[in-house]
Structures are given as structure tokens and as C-alpha cells.
Write a protein that binds this ligand. Sequence first.
Ligand SMILES: [Fe+2]
Length: 356
Amino acid sequence: MEEGETASPPRGSDGIHGMRILAVDDQRPNVVLLERLLATWGFTQVRTTTDSKQVLELVDGWSPDLLLLDLQMPAPDGFELMAALGDGAGAARLPILVLTADITVETRRRALSTGASDFVSKPFDLDEVRLRVGNLLETRRLQAELTQYAELLEARVRQRTRDLEQSRLEVLERLALAAEYRDDDTYRHTERVGRATAVLARRLGLSAEEAGLLRRAAPLHDIGKVAVPDSILLKPGRLTVDEFEVMKEHATAGARILGGSASPLLQMAEVIARSHHERWDGTGYPAGLAGEAIPLHGRLVALTDVFDALTHARPYKEAMPVQEALREMDRMTGTHFDPRIKAAFDELDHLALAGT
Ligand SMILES: [Fe+2]
């Protein structure tokens, strides 16, 4: 919790007197009496009716906080109304104060089992009515506050979880940027790979949610380059066999940097970092996996990473025109790339993907 936030539930400003009370009795004098009493006690939101047929509609349309209900009325009577209203459960249930001249044990038991919250007997004992109305409304108010408070806490926890995930990701994005900054001074490569991977994923029928995760996870694929010395990472021209062995370590180094997280996004990023240099024919690294043994997300980034690298300049090479890059990638299909992923990639707008 932030400083200054309180741990106690929010307090209602106007207490129970602004809460809504619906009183139902087929005897007009009783209704008039209840209206007068409730007004005297300071309740400002009171509706009454002598026609029990209107009750369900009033409850639905006006959402009272308390129902004062006569039992003996022309149909529907109090029992029938309670049965009809009885679906609500727990805190959402409308409290019902039954008004009855019949105070036999049997009637009370039946009313309680049908949904009554409490009773007052006729003729009314005024203090008793006031106290029971007050108790039921106070309980209702507290329940509403607790529900509201629980929802508030839940929303706050969700927000904090998102914030935490976001800040963890930001740190890694900055680390990826630091790694990338060394060999791509425009440092847009990772962002473009993220975007292209998400577009490609959607084309392959993956869900929007999965594509959204890929959009954030794919840019971390080369984070392990922080472990590669400048002399190798920035070397113009071909690497020696030994140098290439060091370069290859960026895949496992990246997986180690990202590994062990509970976050689905970082778990995805770990898989991508480890597998984005595997090749469809099994000649890639670090594990030499082949075909569908290579995780799908790694296969996706294997392709988008190469496309972006070909179509953009690096310190040691010029950018290749998009059409030429696509021809080059055609030659790599089935050896380097998963043919199904390449086929989906062929349907995309390549100029847009290569742009920015
Ligand atoms: Fe890489």
C-alpha cells in the first residue's frame, strides 16, 4: 500500500438514511403509518404500495435496500413474493422484513425458509420496527462496503501485479537495448523483430493474447549478446571457428539471463533466446534441434530475425533490398526455416515489416 492509504473499508457518507426502502401492505392504513414512521425516523428514499402485483417490477426497477413485506395479501402474497425474489444469495440478497399479525412458530419458520430476514408483529411496536429496520439497513450497508472494499483490493492487487511485471520487463528491455546498442546504432532491430513476430503469429492463427506476448518477448532474443566481447560482436568480415563458438554462446547466455521466472512472458522470452538459432534441418545451435522439436516461438523468431538482419545495415554490412532478401530466404526454406511458417510469412506486407 502507498503511504497515506488506509487499510479500513471506505465509510458511507450518509449512513443508512439515504438507503431505499420499499414497503408493501394491502391495508392502506398500514402503508400510511409506515410512510409516516419512516419519514419521522429520517428515511428519505421510501416507496410504498398496496398492490402486491407491482412488487417484482419495483424491486427490479428501483433496487431497494430493504423490503418491508406483509404476508397476508391477495395474490401474490408475501410467501409467493419471497419465493420469486429468493434467487439472490449472500450479500447481494435483498433483506426482507416481514410484517405479520400471524406470529405462530409455523409461519415464522416457513417465512424464514422462504427468504425472510426478520419479523415485526402487527400491531407494530414502533421501537421494534425502528430497531429492526435500522439493523437490516446497517447490515446491508456494511455488506455493500465490504464487497466494494474487496473489489477495490482485488483491483489494486491486479494493478500491482501488472506494475511488477512491467517493471521487470522494462529492466530486461533496457538490458536488451544495451546489448543491441553495441552492434546496431539505430537500436530498432529488436523492436521490429517483436512487431514482425506478432504479425506473423496472427497470420499463423495464434491468439491475439499469444501474439501480444510474443510482441514483448521476441525483442529479448539477443539479450545474451551482453556476454559476447566487442572484438567478436563488432568484427568486420567473417568470424573464425573459435570466434563463432563464442558468438553462439549468446543463445544459452540469453536463456540463462531470462530463465527461472514465474512470468509467462519471460518464460516465452527464455525459450526464444535459447532456440532462435536452431534450424529446421537440425544444423543450428545450441542444441541442434530439428523440425517441430524446435519450439514454435523460436522458429518464428528464427525467421523474423533473419529477415530484419538482411534488410537492415549493420556495421559490417549493407542493407539488402526487400525483394532480394525474400529470394535469399526462399533458398533458406526447409533448411533454415520451417516451410509452414515461411509460407505464412510470404503472405505478409514485407515492405511494412522492413520499414522504420
Ligand atoms: Fe541471435
